[in-house]
Design a protein around this ligand. Structure first.
Ligand SMILES: [Zn+2]
Length: 112
């Protein structure tokens, strides 16, 4: 079985960066939660920024859970095995799409 330690290390590093980013976004949102400016247009701007930060945080959290799922698959020795047909996913595909859980054939068949 292929050794996925390199990908694992990359994912751990990505996870660290994401955690850092999420912490920063959370801190920014908290800051934006402070007293609202009395000016209405400024209030609107702040609310807009909050929405952008929320969306960013949401995307980062999604990415984070995907990384966690992939790490679990690596640790369980399931990584690189197609969930559909059980065939090995080519390394080249994993390099481009480290989170893929289907081989090329099944991914195409499933439209994923
Ligand atoms: Zn397959």
């Amino acid at each position: 079985m292929a050794d996925h330690q390199t990908i694992r290390q990359q994912l751990l590093k990505q996870r660290e960066e994401l955690n850092h980013r999420i912490n920063q976004i959370t801190a920014d949102v908290r800051h934006a939660d402070g007293p609202l400016p009395s000016d209405f247009s400024e209030q609107a701007v702040e609310r807009e920024q909050e929405e952008v930060l929320d969306a960013l945080g949401e995307a980062s959290r999604r990415e984070l859970s995907q990384i966690n799922r992939t790490l679990v698959r690596i640790d369980e020795g399931q990584y690189g095995i197609c969930m559909e047909c059980g065939e090995a996913i080519p390394e080249a595909r994993l390099e481009i799409l480290p989170h893929s859980v289907y081989c090329v054939h099944c991914a195409e068949a499933n439209g994923k």
